[in-house]
Design a protein. Structure first.
Length: 594
């Protein structure tokens, strides 16, 4: 019971050490980076299985490589003239789309045409389903004075979550678009993104903070317009509950601690229906016959996909992913209520502890190391599969790295502890098997084994060794006089005297009854005789304490033999020493026999 308690205590302290290590910022960031990669792998597998289909209600009008080349050839510059965008919006609106969103910024420039700018403002004002984009940044105030934005662009956000923090989504400056455009519409969204430390975009902000107010991200603004049109959400007030959920009507959109949503990806790229922008321009310019583009009720996103226009992101499913498709994925997640929910850190710790406890149970109850290892790693593999299916069927991101790290560390520690305990038990059993319980000298069996081994070693290396056998004089009479308890006390004290007067390399044993023996390694007969005489004198001069508090004296008789002169086998050496012991007894006792 004590062993199991110490085992559990040591394991607890070990796990506590692991937990404290994980609290280290650098180590935690390292684990987070690996965990992010496991998310990427799961997303890629899900895409290959075709378990998620992108919405057919989202269409991307792309400035792709062909369109970029067409624009340069026809208009001689990029960006193309704004009156073209006016014509594009007017043309597309005849299809009655759900919304038209520009993942493009209409900023003021030296080449701006006031007439074209006004036409753009008018067309945006004309249709209430056209969204334009803007960008927050932290530009130095001495370079650009932070502008004051129209009140109708901001929304009210009430954050009740102790975990969701908008610090990372707070900006000090803003790169505005045309002032007339800002003042003419409330459909302005931010195109800022959230990248992890490894540069991969897995999440997107919902709202961004500027000058103490909250502004929606472009994808969120377009998605909210869709929900309002379908009567699934209404209003400009937003609440984040205590469990980090953004409440959108009956929907609960989980926010990560940096006030972002985790995107659920639909494909490597070009998952959505693409229409190159040059094809629509050709229709508008009469270069190509009009055709039914089937855009009724669709969300139309304008954005660049040409690599030379530098709006390429790295996402979990692709190293080169168009920014406009990131926006489309964001909107798609809103439509499908398909965001990834990540379990919080406390749940992850609980899973890690659970796996660690299962590991301990397996290791403690399985005698076979191979079977125990197989069982433990089977549990770990089941856990990994469980995390995959949780993401597949429930859109839940359960951490893999930390729980498995804790479980594997526990597995290693548990086996180390188990085998240390086994080793200690083995040593204790070995001591019990080779030691005489009364005198704490080696027992007769061990004596015989050591004699055989010593003979073999001495033959091989041609070195002598000696044996001393001794017997307590008149011990039977002593027992009859003082009792067996007194006899046992004397036996123990004589044994201790032997231990104190031989070398650590010498082997003192209880030969049987009141007889004891000493094997002296690499010792000739003269040295053995001298040692025997010293022991004889020490015993005879010692006062032995009895259980009744009295003291008495005893004497011993001894005989010695040496390999190889007195014999070349254990039996011959024992017989020679025994003969000399009896010579000592016959010659008056308390001496070493010759």
């Amino acid at each position: 019971m004590i062993k199991k308690f110490l085992y559990a205590l040591w394991l607890f302290l070990f796990l506590l050490g692991i937990f404290v290590s994980v609290k280290n910022t650098n180590f935690r960031n390292f684990l987070a980076m690996i965990e992010n990669r496991t998310f990427d792998i799961r997303q890629n597998i899900l895409i290959k299985e075709n378990t998620k289909e992108p919405s057919e209600d989202i269409v991307i009008v792309a400035i792709d490589d062909a369109s970029y080349e067409y624009i340069l050839d026809r208009y001689g510059e990029w960006p193309m003239p704004r009156e073209i965008y006016v014509k594009l919006v007017d043309y597309l609106e005849k299809y009655n789309p759900q919304s038209i969103a520009f993942d493009l910024m209409f900023v003021k420039s030296m080449k701006s045409n006031p007439k074209a700018d006004k036409a753009l403002v008018d067309i945006v004002k004309k249709y209430d389903n056209v969204f334009v984009s803007m960008n927050f940044d932290n530009q130095d105030k001495s370079i650009r004075k932070p502008p004051i934005l129209p009140k109708n662009l901001s929304v009210n956000v009430y954050n009740k979550s102790p975990l969701v923090d908008f610090t990372g989504q707070t900006y000090s400056n803003c790169r505005t678009i045309l002032e007339e455009l800002l003042n003419s519409t409330g459909n302005v969204g931010l195109i800022n993104v959230t990248r992890a430390e490894d540069g991969i975009l897995r999440k997107m902000p919902v709202f961004l903070k500027y000058q103490g107010k909250y502004y929606p991200q472009l994808g969120m603004a377009v998605g909210l317009h869709y929900l309002k049109a379908h009567k699934q959400f209404a209003g400009k007030d937003f609440e984040i509950d205590t469990r980090s959920n953004l409440l959108l009507g009956r929907r609960k959109v989980y926010l990560d601690d940096d006030a972002s949503v985790i995107l659920n990806w639909y494909g490597t790229n070009q998952s959505y229906r693409y229409i190159p922008i040059y094809k629509i321009i050709q229709i508008i310019n009469g270069e190509k016959e009009d055709q039914n583009l089937d855009l009724d009720g669709k969300i139309i996103y304008f954005g660049t996909t040409a690599a030379s226009l530098f709006d390429i992101k790295t996402v979990p499913v692709s190293r080169t992913y168009p920014g406009v498709e990131v926006q489309a994925t964001y909107v798609n997640n809103i439509i499908d209520d398909n965001f990834i929910r990540k379990f919080d850190r406390s749940f992850t710790v609980q899973l890690g502890v659970l796996l660690a406890l299962i590991t301990v149970l397996i290791v403690m109850n399985e005698s076979s190391a191979f079977v125990g290892s197989l069982a433990a790693f089977s549990v770990y593999m089941l856990y990994v599969f469980a995390t995959y299916y949780a993401m597949k069927y429930f859109n839940v991101w359960i951490d893999i790295v930390y729980p498995l790290l804790l479980a594997i560390a526990t597995f290693i520690a548990a086996y180390i502890i188990k085998y240390l305990i086994k080793s200690r038990d083995f040593e204790q059993q070995y001591v019990l098997a080779t030691t005489d319980g009364l005198t704490e000298l080696y027992n007769h069996r061990y004596f015989q084994e050591q004699m055989r081994m010593m003979v073999e070693a001495s033959k091989r290396y041609e070195v002598p060794f000696s044996l001393i056998i001794l017997d307590i004089d008149f011990f039977k009479k002593f027992n009859d006089t003082f009792g067996h308890q007194a006899g046992d006390a004397v036996l123990r004290q004589v044994a201790q005297t032997l231990k104190k007067n031989v070398r650590t390399t010498d082997i003192a044993c209880r030969y049987g009854g009141e007889e004891m023996s000493i094997i002296l390694a690499k010792t000739d007969y003269e040295t053995a005789l001298s040692t025997a005489k010293k022991i004889c004198e020490r015993v005879s001069s010692k006062n032995f304490k009895l259980p009744n508090g009295k003291e008495t004296t005893v004497t011993i008789s001894l005989g010695a033999s040496t390999f190889p002169q007195d014999g070349i086998t254990a039996e011959e050496l024992i017989e020679a020493a025994d003969v000399r012991l009896y010579h000592a007894k016959n010659n008056g006792r308390n001496q070493v026999g010759a």
